[in-house]
Design a protein. Structure first.
Lengths: 116, 112
């Protein structure tokens, strides 16, 4: 079974703190994703990585950065946390297959981040 | 504009088949139909996908009409743990970042 793990299920941070969210997948997938999910707004893509050290901005990258130093690990960094970054953060991974079936994504359990 | 239309909610008795419909009348030739579900407070879970042929795996079956304008996800023997929001998603091949766009989905409630 594909396993995507996230470092924390719940996290509480203060405004202005630097926050690291870690994600690890064990299936040798090329693609990794960070989404956030908010009521009424659905899932929104923050960043996408298609290879080690490669990244692409999603729909809402402002206030976030990412790091992918190893294939299995994709980190999301909130440079200076703000209250509007309170959300559920979801990491996912997928295999790169010719024909574009990278939409078969496997999600972690999520990290519920509260910024006070 | 939403690519798919799903009923907001459905009920199913435990042990019976759950048939979840999805309309995607504007689907184009290179677009796949994907199904995900999300159990409360968990991450979304991939279920199945198909292009034009019917598909079956250990979780569910996917029936796509011949004109590809609609599909049905079938959970053959629903259990209480299948209570979740089910999302039907249409995406094409060769996307630049494989962003999944979840609509409102169908809340399936399996009753004892």
């Amino acid at each position: 079974d594909v396993k995507v793990t996230q470092s924390s299920r719940y996290l509480v941070k203060r405004t202005g703190e630097k926050v690291f969210l870690e994600c690890v997948q064990d299936m040798d997938h090329e693609n990794m994703f960070w989404y956030r999910q908010d009521p009424g707004l659905g899932l929104r893509l923050i960043y996408f990585s298609y290879d080690v050290k490669m990244k692409e901005k999603g729909d809402i990258p402002e206030g976030y950065s990412v790091s992918r130093e190893k294939k299995e690990r994709f980190s999301l960094i909130l440079e200076s946390a703000s209250t509007n970054q309170t959300s559920m953060y979801l990491c996912a991974s997928s295999l790169e297959v010719a024909g574009g079936t990278g939409y078969e994504q496997y999600f972690g359990p999520g990290t519920r981040l509260t910024v006070t | 504009d939403a690519k798919t239309t799903q009923p907001p909610s459905m009920d199913c008795a435990e042990g019976r088949a759950a048939n979840l419909p999805c309309n995607h009348s504007t689907i184009s030739g290179n677009e796949y139909v994907y199904w995900y579900r999300q159990i409360h407070s968990q991450g979304p879970q991939y279920i199945i996908h198909g292009l034009k042929n019917n598909e079956t795996n250990e979780m569910a079956s996917l029936i796509i009409t011949e004109d590809r304008k609609s599909s049905t996800l079938i959970l053959p023997h629903a259990t209480l743990r299948d209570t979740a929001v089910y999302y039907c998603i249409v995406e094409g091949s060769g996307g630049s970042n494989y962003k999944l766009t979840f609509g409102k989905g169908t809340l399936l409630t399996v009753n004892p």
